[in-house]
Design a protein around this ligand. Structure first.
Ligand SMILES: [Zn+2]
Length: 127
């Protein structure tokens, strides 16, 4: 498998989400481990997933935990990907959206960059 950190960073900056997938049993392996969780194979490929999912969980953060000048409070959540239901991606709620998230909301992911670097942002989808 190509270097994990480089692939993840390069894809994030392009707004692409790829998840390591086992070549033997096709199971998603996120977060990555040296061997497949299902069959112990060590052969993986990067599989692109659509940037839609549902909100698995979320919390509102009222303190800065880094030296980066991130406006508080902000909302972070775990997004369960529609095409890869065992994969949950951490993301921040789009700043200034004013939305009140609810677990199970349909969301989209987009890549964003700020003082803290590149990260995933989620937006609530209209139902
Ligand atoms: Zn496997």
């Amino acid at each position: 498998m190509r270097d994990l950190e480089n692939v993840w960073s390069e894809n994030l900056q392009k707004g692409i989400l790829q998840i390591p997938t086992c070549q033997h049993c096709r199971s998603w392996n996120w977060y990555p481990l040296p061997a497949c969780r299902s069959c112990q194979s060590t052969d993986f490929f990067w599989n692109e997933v659509e940037l839609i999912g549902t909100l698995f969980s979320w919390t509102r953060v009222h303190r800065r935990f880094t030296n980066f000048d991130i406006a508080v409070p902000y909302v972070v959540g775990l997004v369960e990907m529609a095409e890869a239901p065992t994969v949950r991606i951490p993301a921040r709620l789009q700043a200034g959206s004013g939305a009140q998230p609810i677990i199970g909301d349909d969301v989209t992911l987009t890549a964003a960059c700020d003082e803290g670097g590149w990260h995933w942002v989620f937006n609530l989808r209209q139902k």
